[in-house]
Design a protein around this ligand. Sequence first.
Ligand SMILES: [Zn+2]
Ligand SMILES: [Zn+2]
Length: 330
Amino acid sequence: MTHTDQSVAPAASPEAESQARDAVSEVEPYEFTEIAMPIIAMHVLALFAFIPEFITGTNVLLLMISLVVFSNGITLGYHRLLTHKSLRVPKWLEYGYVGLALCCLQESPAKWVSTHRRHHSHSDEPDDPHSPTASFWWSHVGWLLWKRKGQHEFRTDDRYCADIIADPFYALMEKYPDLPAGIYILHAGVIWLLASALFLVDNSFVSAVWQGAGLVLWCVVLRTVMIWHFSWSVNSLTHCFGYQNHKTSDQSRNNWLVAIVSNGEGWHNNHHHDPASASVQHKWWEFDATYLQIRVLKRLGLATHVIEPRQFRKGSVEPDNPSRLNKQTG
Ligand SMILES: [Zn+2]
Ligand SMILES: [Zn+2]
């Protein structure tokens, strides 16, 4: 293992850059994906949260709390639990985390897992769905907005998500692709209803519904858009800016800013070095909030088969899980 500490990302090889450019040249510039308009609409809607009467201490506090709670659906649920099988939890708890993830409007479990496993298998190569070797904005959000040749085949590729589709609940979401969005809208409606009911104590009906709408704009719409950008930053910023603890075959970096906003996922070079590990903390200062939660779950007896970092499982058999699709690194 080679140890490096670089603050500037080295340029990709001319060959890799040329291949990546060729891949992006397959983008048909006027052909949006079916999720492009909802993504744009959510950003526009989020701006309405800043109508002065909606900017209240309660809404700001609830936004903070909801950011912490719901982002776990992505980092612990979709990423470490479903994609990398870094731990096991009871099914009811797994569905709980997946439920939180569905409330973040980031695609179905099978599609999210499929995309991310493909990223690990082809990191910063032409088949990577979101490499910044193509362009920074492509890796951040462009890949979600524009169609690219082959992009939609891989999302249902059994090689990447057969184990997820084997679950009847997750399979249902592939059979009925509108179901994840339906669950998201339902949760927003329930929050609006509950908030309006609470505001009704001191307000007229119209005023209560209006203030309930303000709360939904902060705690659902703005929260969703913020978690999108936090997740997308793991694809863009941490493949461009930061330092490396490990020489991996990709451009992954450790980025403290992304680590703060993404519950530890910003220690991305550590993660690419050892994708199966439940922890991405390799230095004492690399705080991994998601792993802290995993430790609490383990202490409570709710998490088992927690995969320790590679250095602690030396000599033991590598875990047999779908992370074997990952490129060999380090
Ligand atoms: Zn990556
Ligand atoms: Zn990963």
